[in-house]
Write a protein that binds this ligand. Structure first.
Ligand code: FES
Length: 125
């Protein structure tokens, strides 16, 4: 789990993250630059990553907010087909096998989802 810096930021209602459904997209500042991030739910757990493939610095969704392979088992990069394991963002198949997506720590409380800023990832104001 990445080291947390600062107060959690509200992201969405828990109900907005359906099991293997469309992602909730959001923006974060990475070292001062605005970058795309996404949250999805897999096996009841909400996870979030930067929308940036570990192979090349490309956004991964094949349509806006669509990240799942046909079986809803892996997060897939639309560019060259890398498959990522949702719980930890590790590439299990593809040109960047063994590399990881950049994780964003989430928490859920009282039906709401929050993300934690880190040393490198800050909220966009
Ligand atoms: S850019 Fe994602 S697999 Fe190549």
């Amino acid at each position: 789990m990445p080291e947390s810096w600062g107060e959690p930021e509200w992201l969405c209602a828990s109900a907005d993250l359906r099991e293997c459904g469309d992602a909730v997209m959001f923006e974060v500042l990475e070292n001062g630059l605005s970058v795309s991030a996404f949250a999805v739910r897999f096996r009841s757990v909400a996870v979030a990553y930067l929308n940036r493939c570990a192979h090349l610095p490309a956004q991964m969704d094949w349509q806006p907010g669509r990240f799942w392979d046909v079986e809803g088992r892996y997060i897939v990069c639309a560019m060259h087909g890398a498959l990522y394991d949702p719980p930890d963002g590790r590439c299990v198949l593809g040109p960047c096998r063994g590399a990881h997506l950049t994780a964003i720590t989430l928490t859920e409380k009282d039906g709401q989802v929050y993300w934690y800023p880190s040393q490198h990832l800050q909220p966009v104001f």
